[in-house]
Design a protein around this ligand. Structure first.
Ligand code: GRG
Length: 292
């Protein structure tokens, strides 16, 4: 997977450069707010969602310049969700991306505002993209807004289900919204910017839907099998907060088998696309084999 490793390094670097230009410096007033935003954005996340925007966009022939702002906007939405998810009213966590969470480093009010301003910045980033036409920008904005709302729906459903035994159908519904929706828009936006055909967009949506589920399944496994040090966030949280997870339904081995099944579904969707989809296939294996 050398090619993918290089791809991740390159996309991570260029997305970081773009984010650095888009996000006000920590000298910008109110300083405390932008310090908090930068603390959370530049904390060493995997940048998986922007990599997916770039990988899908490039697969269908889009220029990198057309993809960078949308990729960065999606990372802004993702980071906002992590900041808010860590708050005492939600997951109440003190470690994220290997460092203190935003509300621990700053304070709760600043963390709420940092998440809020990141969300506004994300939509502005797309609206002001000079490399894209108005029609595409409206489509991207509408889809991203819909996905961000689905993520919030999923978060509420997740909170409602805490401490309760929920059905596997409900668990899947939570994850398709909470985790899947932003992964899905990441892949779709790459295809939309590249002006992919309806059939291609359909195949990419199915691929991303499987990829999103696989991401959550592996997240559940890592929460049990990995250490806090490697994850950069508190391990074993699902058990202590009595969350329903895939391993709580299927056990660890059963969950690994499910992951393999979902992996094959993702690959089968890619096989319907008549382009070189190697990098997208490698991304599936990256998610399956990831250590954090
Ligand atoms: C608070 C509105 C709101 C939504 C929260 C995304 C989310 C919804 C909560 C995060 C909790 C969580 C552990 C979700 C499971 C999957 C996930 C999104 C993991 C974190 O994403 P990574 O692994 O993180 O890509 P990095 O730090 O690498 O970007």
């Amino acid at each position: 997977m050398k090619e993918l490793k290089e791809f991740f390094e390159d996309s991570g670097r260029i997305v970081d450069e773009t984010l650095d230009k888009l996000i006000p410096s920590d000298n910008f007033e109110p300083k405390r707010l932008y310090e908090a935003v930068r603390w959370s954005v530049f904390a060493g996340g995997k940048r998986f969602r922007p990599a997916l925007v770039l990988a899908v966009g490039k697969t269908f022939g889009a220029d990198e310049a057309k993809l960078l702002r949308t990729a960065s906007a999606i990372e802004m939405i993702h980071t906002y969700s992590l900041i808010h998810d860590d708050l005492p009213a939600m997951d109440n966590d003190d470690l994220r991306r290997g460092r203190a969470t935003c509300h621990v480093k700053f304070d709760e009010a600043t963390a709420i505002l940092a998440g809020d301003v990141l969300q506004s910045m994300a939509f502005r980033t797309i609206a002001e993209d000079e490399n894209l036409g108005a029609e595409i920008k409206v489509k991207l904005t509408a889809e991203l807004a819909d996905s961000a709302a689905k993520m919030v729906d999923g978060q509420q459903l997740d909170l409602d289900g805490e401490g309760k035994r929920i059905s596997i159908e409900n668990l899947e519904k939570i994850h398709r919204n909470k985790t899947g929706a932003i992964i899905c828009i990441s892949a779709r936006s790459g295809a939309i910017i590249a002006d992919a055909s309806e059939n291609e967009l359909d195949a990419i949506t199915k691929y991303a839907s499987s990829l999103g589920l696989l991401f959550q399944i592996t997240d559940d496994l890592l929460d049990i099998t990995q250490t806090t040090e490697v994850l950069g966030k508190t391990a074993g949280k699902d058990l202590t907060s009595k969350k329903s997870t895939y391993p709580s339904f299927y056990g660890i081995e059963g969950t690994r088998k499910l992951a393999e099944k979902v992996r094959l579904e993702a690959i089968n969707s890619l096989n319907k696309i008549e382009k070189d989809t190697r990098i997208l296939k490698d991304l599936v294996d990256f998610i399956l084999e990831r250590k954090k």
